[in-house]
Design a protein around this ligand. Structure first.
Ligand code: ADP
Ligand code: ZN
Length: 735
């Protein structure tokens, strides 16, 4: 399918139509249009063998089949037909990522119950009555309702979210504390009012907002890098673009990298526009997802705030896509369809005549280079909003600190922390390692405890009292004896994780209140949010955190950031190691001093003269990007060359290697476009979940037609048995 497809055709009853389904078939199926006919793009239910499956009317059916044998479309679903732009978007993402259309269609229909007819149903929201007595279970139900500010739930959802039986909810209904209502499914979202004035903008902000507004007014595609340190007021700027979009009657999508950030953001939208927008991510209930999907299609939702998969929602008229923290690696989907939501946002914007705003304090080199090349506009916010300024940055040379083994807080850092805490301020110790210790070693035989299914060491999580494999999630109790030599009591942790760092902090600062922020320590997004609020409110003196703290949370009392191991990300051969380290440490450092007091960031390092460490300290971001760009250009790697990673996995190493070698021999189509093939070689993590993994890497010049060549190449070597092959265009990780 190409951009020339028009989705305006109507098929009369009995006409042949081609239907694309979500089933694992490599072609469209031909049916007859149902009674009453159907539009191109209609969502339909069709018979497939004994089953009924979901599909989309994709075009005219082929004439080759015996008309008498053709089955009919069962019915047309009561949702707006897929728009031509959406079909084109799916086709182009599929082409780019080498993903078959049935998978793409699955991404675009991730709303359960789409095939259900509209109807009434019972919903539950906060009532006005008081329960006669409060139990734990009842309090949890009321908590859930209060937390979701006025939203309604079905009985099952409410009971599940509160972790109670449905009879608890029914009991509260009897007392009037929970209201039960009959409601049509899928109500529109409350209208947002774009005419309410926003905050008075600084000069910088006003200029940036004007650039964005001009794009929206034009109603055409354009991409803009909105760069500014954390706290410089980027969000206020793009909210102006949202307002302009709504004023034009178009829809806006804001992508955030982390679910934990959404609730704070929803509040900001509500304050600015007088109502809550639609929300789309894995934490949203099924009923609500279906509502969002339908309302986005019908125009009953003006703004969606969500995770990367919101890109595949059927917007009726999208005019703006914001990708906040655009450098964040979570925008790359690394399972199933491997796509970069940042890049696909730009594609969707170009198809829909929408503006795309990429916001970051530390943009990806890809985006920086596109701005340099003039493909994207760029606007910079140069100062922090209000009084706050970027923190003072210094290194602590660990070669000169007297630090015993199994200790990670240098005397210099400890002194700085003490001074802040005594002053009633907060200090953050940053270590990007979950758990207690990354390695458990046997002091008798030297064995390191590994995962039984993966080629990875198990990480001790003392909080869980277990060893955890960070590759596959497998856990086991911490053994008493070494599994290898059976020596008793000789297993010892090596190296620090945040839990172990917390122990050291407790010893060094016995009176300080300590809070640990690590994604695995919280059972729910809600519990994590509560911890973040506790910290923001001053409920802790010292915060210990993994990279989760780098993502946009606002801690006004925080004035010192100590990076425990600034060298950590610089090891390894990943082409983005320098870029990632630079981004992560600059982001974390940016947490210090958002209030009136200037912050300090201290980096513990064994190599203070390393160019990346020097660039972080000097704050010369342009200099860093230029140097990094030069290196990548020389090496012919992204964004100045193209790459595709091929991962082959099989229960049997020889089978995986065999396919890898066959591919390497069949390289002709790739050589023809000037590409090179490297490998096969065992992947850096050579075994995951019991499957052996082998990698190949394809490198191609920037302008080479990589996808058609890859398709041709892969078609030449058949895949047999239990071997899996995945293609990752523009790979971000190389494990
Ligand atoms: P960023 O998105 O760059 O991190 P934000 O837009 O979140 O920055 O702004 C940081 C803080 O400053 C927020 O609390 C925000 O409300 C406040 N702020 C930003 N711009 C203004 C403004 N023009 N007037 C008042 N407060 C502002
Ligand atoms: Zn494992």
């Amino acid at each position: 399918m190409s951009g020339a497809v028009t989705f305006q055709d109507f098929y009369d009853e009995g006409a042949r139509v081609a239907v694309q389904t979500t089933q694992p078939l490599d072609r469209v199926l031909t049916y007859r249009a149902p009674e009453g006919g159907c539009w191109q793009g209609a969502f339909v239910e069709v018979p497939l063998g004994p089953r009924k499956v979901l599909g989309v009317v994709w075009g005219p059916g082929e004439g080759g089949f015996d008309a008498a044998k053709l089955r009919s479309v069962i019915r047309v679903l009561d949702v707006p037909p897929m728009r031509g732009e959406m079909a084109e978007f799916l086709a182009r993402v599929g082409d780019y990522t080498l993903t078959p259309m049935n998978h793409m269609l699955r991404l675009a229909t991730r709303a359960p119950g789409l095939t259900n007819p509209p109807s009434m149903r019972k919903i539950y929201r906060l009532g006005h009555g008081e329960p006669d007595r409060m139990t734990d279970a009842r309090a949890r139900v009321l908590d859930v309702l209060e937390e979701h500010g006025g939203l309604a739930f079905t009985l099952g959802e409410l009971a599940e979210m509160a972790g109670v039986s449905t009879s608890v909810v029914k009991g509260l209904v009897k007392k009037g504390a929970v209201a039960e209502e009959e409601s049509p499914r899928d109500l529109p979202f409350p209208r947002l009012d774009p005419s309410a004035p926003g905050k008075a903008l600084s000069e910088d902000q006003a200029r940036a907002a004007e650039v964005l507004r001009t794009g929206i007014e034009a109603g055409t595609f354009g991409a803009t890098l909105l760069r500014g340190v954390t706290g410089s007021g980027k969000t206020e700027c793009y909210l102006e673009a949202v307002a302009a979009t709504l004023a034009k009657g178009r829809q806006a999508l804001v992508l955030l990298p982390e679910i934990a950030l959404t609730s704070e953001f929803l509040k900001r939208i509500e304050e600015r526009f007088g109502a809550r927008p639609a929300e789309w991510h894995s934490g949203v209930t099924m009923t609500e997802r279906r509502r969002v999907w339908r309302m986005v299609a019908e125009g009953g939702a003006q703004v969606v705030v969500g995770a990367r998969s919101a890109l595949y929602l059927p917007f009726r008229d999208i005019g703006l896509i914001v990708v906040d923290e655009e450098h964040d690696s979570s925008y790359k989907q690394d399972e199933g369809v491997l796509y970069s939501a940042r890049d696909m946002a730009v594609l969707r914007g170009s198809i829909n005549g929408a503006q795309v705003v990429l916001a970051s304090a530390t943009p990806s080199l890809e985006t920086w280079a596109n701005a340099e090349a003039g493909k994207y506009q760029r606007v910079d916010l140069t100062t922090r909003f209000g009084e706050a300024v970027m923190p003072e940055m210094r290194s602590i040379d660990m070669r000169e600190e007297a630090l015993p083994g199994n200790r990670w807080i240098s005397p210099s850092l400890a002194g700085a922390v003490r001074a802040r805490v005594e002053n009633g301020e907060q200090a953050l110790l940053f270590l990007n390692r979950r758990g207690y210790a990354p390695v458990t070693i046997c002091r008798a035989c030297g064995n390191q405890i590994g995962c039984d299914h993966c080629d990875a060491r198990m990480v001790e999580h003392r909080f869980l009292k277990r060893l955890v494999c960070h590759q596959c999630g497998e856990t086991k109790p911490i053994p008493e004896v070494c599994p290898s030599c059976e020596a008793e009591g000789r297993l010892a942790p090596v190296g620090p994780g945040v839990e172990r760092l917390a122990e050291e902090v407790a010893e060094v600062f016995p009176d300080a209140r300590v809070a640990v922020l690590s994604s695995d320590l919280f059972a729910s997004a809600r519990a994590l949010k509560a911890q973040i609020e506790l910290i923001a409110g001053g409920g802790a003196d010292i915060i210990i955190g993994t990279q989760i703290v780098a993502k946009g949370h606002n801690f006004p009392l925080l004035t010192l950031v100590g990076v425990i191991d600034a060298d950590l990300g610089l090891q390894g051969s990943d082409l983005r190691a320098a870029e990632r380290t630079f981004q992560l440490i600059r982001q974390v450092a940016g947490r210090a001093g958002r209030g009136a007091v200037r912050g300090t960031a201290l980096l513990q390092t064994f190599q203070p003269e390393h160019p990346v460490i020097r660039a972080i300290l000097s704050g010369d971001e342009e200099g860093f990007w230029k140097a990094e760009a030069d290196e990548r250009r020389h090496a012919g790697v992204p964004p100045y060359g193209r790459m595709a990673g091929i991962v082959i996995s099989a229960p049997d190493l020889d089978a995986a290697m065999g396919l890898g070698n066959a591919l390497a021999r069949a390289e002709a189509p790739l050589l023809n476009i000037g590409a090179q093939v490297f490998g096969p070689a065992p992947a850096p993590i050579a075994r995951v979940r019991g499957r052996h993994r082998v990698r190949l890497l394809v490198k191609a010049p920037k302008a080479a037609p990589l996808q058609p060549a890859l398709r041709d190449w892969l078609a030449r070597v058949p895949i047999k048995g239990d071997i899996r092959l995945s293609v990752d265009i523009d790979p971000q990780s190389f494990y």
